[in-house]
Write a protein that binds this ligand. Structure first.
Ligand code: ADP
Length: 455
């Protein structure tokens, strides 16, 4: 259908901040959709506030009183007459309660329905669902377990194991256990951490793969039975289970594996009744076997690499689907071209345990040149507040081949300049990772960053 005549929202409220809020506002502007930016007090002069058509201050710096304050956000949506809310990533983006509250008010949440989000957001429930859909799982407990059952299970599947909070996310609420004698203590500790972080102490246990790669598949589903995948992303470069560098396609996969993982993700999405853009995360073992890990019910930080190789604007597709339009692509229409890499430039000090370094940015020179994309909300004179995550910018490059993409990223990183009294960034450290033989040869595992940091 002609995009100009298909159903679309009149006004979207963006319930987020930082680079992703600006990313969503840009997609809306291109679609002719009006935008409302909501913001905390320290974000009042932010780029998205200036870019959006309207803005509403929803609370003080503390996320619990602003970007996690569902009541204030929904009130702003009603007051401004927004017909949809885009939640970005993090904050309320995967909260079934928030999704339900939107549904109750007749406001469309850009994402899957609350019920789907609730089932997939719980790692244990998602495991059962995907097992039923025929996806391969790591040996582990399908259901939340008590301490004795869990210890017995850990013994059967063999150490190391990982204990995970059912409600966990963002790399938190997970504990790897190598020593059986420490299991009971770590189990109790993870339960307590899960209770504290997520208000839900349930945990489960699965086999820990110490030399794995993280490979995930992007899906798009229209809720009318049409589901496609847009290829995979390799997010193996991680520190403390948090991604630092992402790329697509996943390098040196055995022949046919990417297609097989794509088919698994589509089968899982259809089985779950998924709607919108979503990500199926898998672990890939050295023997080429892959295992379902979890589903992310939102746009992801690393979505631009997929956009670079497919030419598809994922936020635009999210909005089209949420507005009730069918997918206008079939699997065969998706063509993957070249290689894209993304580096997360965080305001952190790699020389000091990656502690966040908020503060005033005096000089900000983003990289440019051919096939370079910078998604950022930052500029010279901007003060990074201490209250939120430390992502300053996403540096994304495209090239026909992987070695060329690495060279281009190293060139772009060498241009990228952020200075300030206190602010440090992860840029130089990421250049070290890209230049490492294990990364260049694509033989690295999720342990690479630890290996590089070991004295
Ligand atoms: P979160 O929702 O907090 O991001 P995930 O379940 O996606 O948690 O896991 C984050 C990362 O932790 C993975 O990308 C992987 O590096 C590591 N991880 C999780 N489960 C396992 C496992 N069973 N074996 C090895 N690594 C794992």
């Amino acid at each position: 259908m002609n995009p100009a005549t298909e159903p679309m929202f009149a006004k979207v409220l963006i319930a987020n901040r930082g680079e992703i809020a600006l990313r969503v506002a840009r997609a809306c502007r291109e679609l002719g959709v009006a935008t409302v930016a909501v913001h905390s007090v320290p974000d009042r002069d932010s780029a998205v506030v200036r870019f959006a058509d309207e803005s509403v201050q929803i609370g003080p710096a503390a996320p619990g009183k602003s970007y996690l304050n569902a009541a204030a956000i929904l009130e702003a949506a009603q007051r401004t007459g927004a017909d949809a809310v885009h939640p970005g990533y993090g904050f309320l983006s995967e909260s079934p309660d928030f999704a339900e509250a939107c549904e109750d008010l007749g406001i469309v949440l850009v994402g899957p329905p609350a019920g789907v989000m609730g089932r997939l957001g719980d790692k244990a429930t998602a495991r059962s669902l995907m097992h039923a859909a025929g996806l391969p799982l790591l040996p582990g407990g399908l259901d939340p377990l008590g301490p004795e059952e869990a210890a017995a299970l850990a013994g059967r599947i063999g150490f190391p194991v990982i204990i995970k909070a059912c409600a966990g996310g963002g790399g938190r609420g997970m504990q790897v256990v190598h020593d059986p004698d420490r299991f009971a203590e770590e189990f109790r500790r993870t339960q307590a951490t899960a209770q504290m972080l997520f208000g839900d102490g349930r945990v489960y246990v699965e086999k820990y793969l110490s030399d794995a790669r993280h490979v995930e598949v992007q899906v798009l589903c229209d809720g009318r039975g049409n589901a496609i995948h847009l290829g995979e992303r390799d997010c193996t470069v991680q520190r403390r289970h948090q991604k630092l560098i992402e790329e697509t396609p996943a390098p040196s996969l055995p022949p046919g594996l990417a297609e097989q993982m794509g088919a698994s993700a589509v089968a899982g999405a259809l089985a779950a009744g998924y709607v919108g853009a979503g990500t199926f995360e898998f672990l890939l073992a050295p023997d080429g076997e892959y295992y379902f890990m979890e589903v992310n019910c939102r746009i992801q930080v690393e979505h631009p690499v997929t956009e670079m190789v497919t030419g598809i604007d994922l936020v635009r597709e999210q909005l089209r689907i949420a507005a009730g339009n069918p997918l206008d692509l079939e699997q065969d229409d998706v063509r993957l071209r070249g290689v894209a890499l993304e580096c997360r430039i965080n305001a952190e000090d790699p020389a000091n345990g990656f502690v966040p370094t908020p503060g005033l940015i005096e000089q900000f020179i983003p990289a440019g040149g051919p096939f370079v994309r910078v998604d950022t909300h930052v500029h010279a004179g901007y003060t990074v507040p201490p209250n939120y995550d430390s992502l300053l910018a996403k540096l994304v490059v495209w090239a026909p081949r992987r070695d060329e993409a690495i060279a281009r990223m190293l060139r772009a990183l060498s241009e990228f300049t952020v200075t300030g009294d206190r602010v440090r960034t992860t840029g130089d450290f990421l250049a070290r990772v890209l230049d490492d033989d294990r990364f260049r040869g694509a033989t690295h595992t999720t342990a690479l960053v630890d290996e590089l940091l070991r004295p």
